[in-house]
Design a binder for this molecule. Structure first.
Ligand code: 8YV
Length: 311
């Protein structure tokens, strides 16, 4: 009998890599499954997995998450129940850092507004005075969260001759020495940065980290990039700052809630670029993430140590 695995809707890549060795059932329709038979959960689109969900499946042996961020999985609850949780760190750092730079450049250099303008009726002749953006080269980038992804952002920023300052739970003296990044307190970082890039995980410490007080410490010309998780930024405070232009603009790969309601005011502003959570969405990275997801799943089902265990 094949192991019964619950999952939210999985892409064809999962089946390409895993074949048909599992009986995949829909997580949302778990009432239709004999809960005693479920031995694993795969999370793809960040469904909430808390202790109550875990308790519905007494034979649960592993939770395998496609992605590095596991804020949607209650790790203490999994630990209490001795259920290992796997994730996919490392393989998505470069891709997510690329997307950080893509959003930063798009906002700074009016790529999206420019695209609309270039397609629209106003573009009847070339006018060198329109859509003058912000200088990226030589500017100061403040990275909040200098982990694996943040370090890759710093590396890319160096190629743009940016001065990189950072704030992190712990000092990264290794990167201070090898890359010349400089540690700053949060207020200092916010005050000096032309671009503030959020690359931290969502934890109890980072939830709501950027609110009206923090936004008011930023330069009026500054651009905020959120590649972390939506709730790291207080949405109402950001909306106000963007409307009143107390900061210049924002680039958001993630929002709170995600997606935003279709009539949300943030969607009407021209000084924000929003991507639908595309940080790791490049083909090679997604393949590697799925390979690790399947490896963690198989290891957990076999009672072996997970190649990448987060909790
Ligand atoms: C994925 C992510 O898009 O790794 C993360 O934390 O949010 C993204 O890489 C996501 O996990 C999709 O499964």
């Amino acid at each position: 009998m094949k192991p019964v695995v619950l999952a939210d809707p999985l892409p064809p890549l999962f089946f390409e890599i895993a074949g048909d060795q599992f009986e995949i059932r829909a997580l949302e329709a778990d009432g239709a499954v004999d809960s005693g038979l479920v031995s694993a959960i795969v999370t793809y689109g960040h469904p909430l997995i808390d202790g109550a969900v875990m308790d519905r499946f007494p034979s649960l042996r592993v939770i395998s998450n496609h992605g590095v961020g596991v804020d949607h999985i209650h790790l203490p609850a999994a630990a209490e129940r001795n259920i290992p949780v796997g994730n996919t760190p490392g393989c998505l750092d470069a891709s997510t850092a690329d997307m950080t730079m893509a959003l930063l450049l798009a906002v700074a250099r009016n790529v999206v507004v420019g695209d609309h303008f270039a397609r629209g009726p106003q573009f009847t002749h070339y006018d060198p005075s329109v859509l003058i953006g912000q200088e990226v080269t030589g500017s100061t980038l403040g990275i909040i969260g200098l982990g694996r992804i943040g370090a890759q952002v710093a590396k890319r920023a160096a190629a743009f001759d940016m001065k990189v300052v950072y704030h992190n739970r712990s000092r990264r003296t290794d990167l201070e020495q090898s890359m010349g990044v400089e540690y700053r307190s949060m207020p200092e970082l916010l005050a000096v940065s032309d671009f503030v890039s959020l690359n931290c995980p969502l934890t109890a410490d980072t939830r709501g980290l950027i609110g009206s007080k923090e936004l008011s410490m930023m330069k009026r010309t500054a651009i905020l990039i959120n590649m972390a998780r939506g709730p790291v930024v207080q949405t109402d405070a950001l909306l106000e700052a963007l409307k009143r232009r107390t900061i210049a603009a924002a680039g958001l790969d993630v929002t709170d809630p995600e997606p935003l309601p279709r009539n949300h005011e943030l969607l009407t502003l021209d000084n924000v670029v929003i991507a639908p959570h595309l940080g790791s969405a490049s083909n090679g990275t997604r393949r590697r993430m799925m390979e690790i997801t399947v490896q963690n799943l198989i290891a957990g089902l076999n009672g072996q140590p997970l190649p990448f265990r987060v909790g």
